[in-house]
Design a protein around this ligand. Structure first.
Ligand code: TXA
Ligand code: MG
Length: 313
């Protein structure tokens, strides 16, 4: 069993693995990540291999200190303002990249841009600091399956493909970071996530436009329609489930599980992936149904994920 409690000693050992070119799964506030040294191409290749991830899909660089930004990416005032306001936290910024080497070319899938975020989790931050390098990390699950919000989810999905899983408990945000592209004149939302786009727009007093990209030919492959798909066929916006459906409720529309009986979107977000894992693992029902979720604030990220989950080829 590669699960280790995230003690100081184990975090140090994990940092040692990263430094020596291996991969480690670690907790963040959003979902668990599968990390490697951003400057080690062989280590980065191990991530793609373990996840079975296409190498045209770029990785996010996780940092613990904004001091590194200057050398790493092209910054402007907006970047520092957003960092000050939302970091550490579930905001990923896509920026023009400054460094070109084999490792970062692989991590960035050859794109001229790179995505960065500072996770709001003490274990992630301690690990990055101890490894003394940015850590590139996708979510720690096999490609096209539901993201992991507990160490056990990682173990179930990747098991012996990763030498060490640091256990920092369940992720308190529960859905991946919000990704915005700052390389264009208008800020573009590439992925709805743990920070509401309204909050970013209000803070900057600027419009944030939702990406109009082709979901099957995306600039950010997280936009792919079938990305979070569970094994069971999934129906959304359901108020009355069929007899063969495992129902995930929200607010007054109840189910076998309820994302948030009081209709709290943050609570619902934190529960979403864990409940989808439960729905996938149970065998009594052969289908999944999910109640309607409002399309405001964090509800946009929830709707995005469940829409993909319900996608049919
Ligand atoms: O919350 C999160 O963001 C988690 C935790 C571990 O930090 N990470 C995560 O990584 O969700 P991943 O690889 O599962 O999703 C990252 C998404 C992918 O869809 C990728 O295509 C997109 O970010 N991405 C990464 N770099 C990009 C870039 N330079 N331009 C456009 N999209 C990019
Ligand atoms: Mg992912």
């Amino acid at each position: 069993m590669p699960i280790y409690q995230a003690t100081q000693k184990n975090i140090k050992q994990a940092a040692q693995l990263i430094k020596s070119g291996d991969i480690v799964a670690f907790p963040t506030e959003t979902v668990y990540g599968l990390g490697a040294d951003a400057y080690n191409a062989t280590a980065i290749a191990k991530i793609f291999e373990a996840k079975n991830r296409p190498t045209f899909n770029p990785l996010i660089s996780h940092i613990a200190d904004t001091g590194i930004l200057e050398d790493y990416v092209q910054t402007d005032e907006r970047v520092y303002a957003l960092a000050k306001k939302f970091w550490p936290g579930p905001l990923t910024m896509v920026l023009p990249r400054k460094q070109h080497n084999a490792a970062l070319d692989l991590a960035c899938a050859g794109l001229p841009t790179i995505s960065v975020r500072m996770p709001n989790h003490p274990v992630a931050l301690a690990l990055i600091k101890a490894a003394q390098t940015p850590i590139v990390a996708p979510s720690a699950n096999r490609s096209q399956s539901i993201s992991p919000t507990t160490a056990q989810h990682v173990q179930n999905s990747l098991g012996n493909r990763v030498p060490m899983i640091l256990d920092g408990g369940p992720c308190h945000v529960g859905v991946e970071s919000t990704i915005i592209d700052l390389t264009t004149k208008k800020i573009v939302l590439l992925r709805a996530g743990g920070i509401a786009m309204e909050d970013i727009a209000t803070f900057l007093n600027e419009e944030v436009v939702v990406s109009a990209g082709n979901p099957n030919l995306p600039s950010s492959p997280g936009q792919m329609l079938k990305h979070y798909a569970p094994e069971y066929s999934t129906r959304i916006n359901v108020t009355i489930p069929e007899a063969d459906e495992f129902m995930i409720g929200f607010g007054k529309i109840d189910g076998h599980l309820n994302l948030s009986p009081t209709g709290d979107l943050a609570e619902a977000t934190a529960n979403l992936f864990a409940y989808m894992h439960i729905a996938e693992e149970q065998t009594k029902y052969t289908k999944i149904a999910i109640a309607p979720i409002p399309m405001t604030g964090l509800g946009r990220a929830i709707n995005d994920r469940i829409k993909r989950a319900s996608y049919k080829d």
